[in-house]
Design a protein around this ligand. Structure first.
Ligand code: SAH
Length: 374
């Protein structure tokens, strides 16, 4: 990098410096606002500035571990499209597609189904320009028409299938903190030395608590989490379901019953880090609350299936037979990688139980696989 460019970059304050300035002027900011800035700030946000996924990045995801993941989700998509009556127009939207690997693997399956591959459009919902470019490269030979949208609301109307792996966990959480019998916004302020510190922000009403937690006694220091972005997403799906068939598959790590606890975590270089240590430089996520998603989806009139542990979900979709097929033609080294990759996705001690699948769709459609077989 030449000296002139470097000195120009030096003039741009870091995200940490801008957040400190903001807190010094406005007072503590909510955890939700902090997480949002860390992930998506246009100049210093984590996703806006880097390619985080893979062995050279900060974390690895299921599609990057095994091609079978995307292939099985491709097969799931076809089954759901058929359950919709195989509509001639379809948008397959992926939320937060990362490097585009899931869709590239699913595409091999889509190509085998003429009625689908001739007519479906793929819509990628992605904030990061770096990752949009990676997605474009991964799908450059796609026979399906590709578009990129900022938000799910911008996807063209009509029948819709939404896929989202490790997307919910990246949506900012709102945290509520119990202090001396009352609830406060959990916020990020500055300590005496000017470093970031968690603190209590504005007082809030009890009805801001997730309904499932309102009746559980909360001790001092208890933390409750809600995810306004996830609720808004389900509202968008439910609104679309009024005019055309809609189905969505969310796979993420998280819990099946709501409870108190702080699940905000930072990961940098495949290791846990302090969420306040380096804003914008570590991946910040928080557990998906599947109980809350399920309840919100049902409340909006959607049919909800799951959550089902990822291992069970993939095995029921045919993980083993797909693995065997791939192993037939593989070299010994490839075979070892295929087997260890599949095990990592399905083994309860690895990703098989912590990760879960939740499907939501318009009421009146046949249950999606593999839920219909239960
Ligand atoms: N699904 C991919 C990537 C998961 S990482 C995989 O499994 O490998 C999270 C992804 O969501 C990234 O692509 C990130 O840029 C994107 N993302 C995060 N917040 C977003 C938002 N608010 N809107 C759209 N995309 C977002």
């Amino acid at each position: 990098m030449n000296g002139q460019v470097k000195s120009t970059l030096d003039l741009v304050p870091s995200l940490a410096a801008r957040l400190k300035d903001r807190i010094a002027h406005e007072g503590p900011i909510s955890v939700q606002a902090y997480m949002e800035a860390c992930l998506t700030d246009a100049r210093g946000g984590y996703y806006a500035t880097r390619q985080p996924i893979g062995s050279s990045g900060d974390f690895i995801t299921a599609p990057e571990i095994s091609q079978i993941f995307g292939e099985l989700i491709g097969a799931w998509t076809i089954a759901v499209w058929q359950a919709m009556g195989a509509p001639s127009s379809l948008v397959i939207a992926e939320l937060g597609p990362g490097r585009g690997t899931l869709m590239a693997d699913a595409m091999r399956v889509f190509k085998t189904v003429p009625g689908l591959s001739d007519r479906a459009n793929i819509a990628f919902i992605e904030t990061s320009s770096v990752l949009r470019e990676a997605q474009r490269r991964a799908l450059q030979k796609s026979p399906l028409h590709l578009i990129w949208c900022e938000r799910l609301e911008d996807v063209p109307p009509g029948p819709l299938i939404v896929l989202a792996n490790e997307f919910i966990d990246a949506l900012p959480v709102r945290q509520l903190l119990r202090v001396q019998g009352a609830w406060y916004e959990r916020a990020v302020g500055l300590d005496a030395k000017g470093g970031f510190v968690f603190c209590a922000g504005a007082a809030i009403e009890n009805d801001a608590l997730p309904p499932a937690l309102r009746t559980i006694p909360a001790e001092d220091g208890a933390i409750a989490e809600t995810r306004p972005g996830a609720t808004a997403l389900l509202e968008t799906l439910a609104a679309r379901a009024m005019t055309a068939p809609v189905a969505a598959l969310f796979i993420d790590y998280g819990h099946t019953s709501s409870g108190f606890g702080d699940t905000l975590q930072a990961v940098r270089g495949h290791r846990f880090a302090d969420p306040l240590a380096s804003p914008g430089e570590a991946d910040l996520t928080a557990h998906a609350d599947f109980a809350a998603l399920k309840e919100a989806g049902q409340g909006l009139g959607l049919a909800v299936y799951g959550p089902m542990p990822q291992g069970e979900f993939l095995l029921r979709l045919g993980l083993e037979s797909r693995l065997q097929r791939l192993c037939l033609n593989a070299h010994p080294e490839e075979k070892d990688m295929l087997i260890s990759g599949a095990a990592r996705l399905a083994d309860p001690r690895q990703m098989g139980v912590l990760f879960k699948a939740l499907a939501l769709q318009s009421s009146g459609l046949a249950p999606p696989p593999p839920f219909g077989e239960i």
